[in-house]
Design a protein around this ligand. Structure first.
Ligand code: ZN
Ligand code: ZN
Length: 278
């Protein structure tokens, strides 16, 4: 039996100018008040991060995301009901999310999509596939109507997600957050013009396929994110994540693409600006 290694305290990579974090959960990372949001953003800024998109998983969390975006100029919000909680998308939630999507600080409808992992592992606590599909389609329409980017969560839902996206109205920008699918799927997503956003798992040793996906994504179809407080990149895997740690992911993605990390940062910065309209 091997003993578990003690977790090192995570520290940011050496400063890389122009970074972005395209998907994070500030409220889940315990940044809710203005002081807490500013502190977390400031430590990210010290690491070179210019802009952050924070996401709420339910209606209350979406409110917090939008509040954070109004508290700090560097923060933008994505609002939606997470697929695992799609049963919460009642009339009240639909009405409020429609208002939120119209807010200038809300830049994306998300995270929405398909999650069959939790259907398998917690069937009683997770919305069924039918409920998820209906909610996903509603969010897609909201992205189209509001002109905001569609930010997709896909966990073991590749086929359903692609089927639904293919026959639904097409939002201008579709971003696959925490891209974790096989390389063939990456190729099809790229062909369809979707933006692939890579999180800390692109740094994990076994994930050669993700690094290959990061390599082949054309400029303009690539983003990076922390998905904090989860998905902490190597060498701090398992510790708590936050936006200041995005540089570790940026370095691995830059290496996969064979470009200097500053060039990668400039590229994803421009994509963030374009798809989120900021
Ligand atoms: Zn997600
Ligand atoms: Zn997330």
């Amino acid at each position: 039996m091997s003993k578990k290694k003690p977790r090192p305290t995570p520290v940011p990579a050496a400063r890389i100018a122009g970074l972005v974090d395209a998907h994070t959960h500030l409220a889940s990372a315990k940044a809710r008040t203005k002081d807490e949001v500013d502190a977390m953003v400031n430590s990210a800024v010290e690491a070179g991060v210019e802009r952050i998109c924070t996401v709420g998983d339910g209606l209350d969390e979406a409110e917090l995301a939008l509040e954070a975006a109004h508290m700090n100029d560097r923060v933008f919000a994505a609002c939606a009901i997470h697929p695992t909680r799609a049963g919460e998308l009642d009339e009240t939630a639909r009405k409020r999310l429609t208002e939120m999507a119209a807010d200038e600080r809300c830049v994306a409808v998300g995270e929405t999509g398909i999650d069959t992992y939790w259907i398998k592992h917690d069937p009683d606590g997770t919305a069924s596939l039918d409920v998820q599909e209906e909610a996903f389609r509603w969010h897609i329409q909201l992205a189209v109507d509001s002109g905001k980017a569609l930010m997709i969560h896909n966990r073991e839902g590749d086929a359903d997600m692609m089927r639904i996206l293919a026959d639904a109205p097409r939002p201008e920008h579709v971003m696959l957050h925490c891209f974790s699918s096989p390389i063939d799927f990456a190729r099809e997503a790229i062909d369809r013009g979707y933006v692939l956003s890579f999180a800390g798992n692109v740094t994990f040793k076994r994930n050669d396929q993700l690094r290959e996906a990061a390599r082949i994504a054309p400029a303009g179809q690539l983003l990076i994110e922390t998905d904090a407080p989860y998905m902490t990149p190597e060498p701090f895997r398992g510790a708590r994540n936050e936006p200041s740690l995005i540089g570790h992911t940026a370095k691995v993605v830059a290496e996969a693409r064979g470009v200097p990390v500053e060039e990668l940062a400039a590229e994803v910065n421009e994509t963030f600006r374009r798809i989120f309209g900021v």
